[in-house]
Write a protein that binds this ligand. Structure first.
Ligand code: IMP
Ligand code: MG
Length: 170
């Protein structure tokens, strides 16, 4: 096992989750919302977010992969699609991390063709934005550096997702 160096603490993450949930509660007041989690990485952020929401919300998940090991493959693969119709619904895609933007931009294209009422995005961690596919991220957790990070849902070869903080492998 490699050693991990903490870069964002559990307390900082929990405080930010409450702020994001407060914004989402306000923005979707009186509307219904489907939170669409991108598996596997978003599972921890979504469960923490869920506990702080007080709107009409349901949760759906898709499984997508674009990474093998620690390098992007440049394409996404849908491992598990949605099993509900999203036509006329408000969708909030929740992703663990925004790196090249390939995952989120591909998902917006795929879901956009299914006639939802609206699509917005939340990314828990956002890497620096130079040379990225331009996507507007409505709810951003934290802007981080370009180093490879793990924890709070993020993995390296399937490991470290359970860490309650964000860490760098060293
Ligand atoms: P994108 O499509 O390049 O934006 O990459 C998004 C996906 O790449 C995320 O959902 C992660 O699975 C993975 N990823 C990107 N950067 C990291 C990282 O630093 N640690 C772990 N996974 C990462
Ligand atoms: Mg992932």
């Amino acid at each position: 096992m490699k050693i991990t160096k903490k870069i964002i603490s559990e307390e900082q993450i929990q405080e930010r989750i409450i702020q994001l949930a407060t914004e989402i509660n306000k923005d979707y007041e009186g509307k219904n919302l489907i939170i669409l989690g991108v598996l596997k990485g978003a599972f921890i952020a979504i469960s923490d977010l869920a506990k702080n929401l007080n709107i009409d919300v349901s949760f759906e998940f898709m499984s997508i992969s674009s990474y093998e090991g620690s390098e992007s493959t440049g394409q996404i693969k849908i491992e598990k699609d949605l099993d509900v119709d999203i036509a006329g619904k408000n969708i909030l895609i929740v992703e663990d991390i925004f790196d090249t933007g390939l995952t989120i931009s591909s998902l917006i294209d795929i879901l956009g063709s299914r006639n939802p009422e609206s699509i917005q995005t939340m990314c828990m961690f956002v890497k620096p934005i130079e040379n990225k596919i331009p996507v507007e991220i409505k709810y951003k957790g934290f802007e981080i550096g370009s180093e490879f990070v793990v924890g709070y849902g993020l993995d390296y070869m399937g490991k470290y997702r359970e860490l309650p903080y964000l860490a760098e492998l060293s």
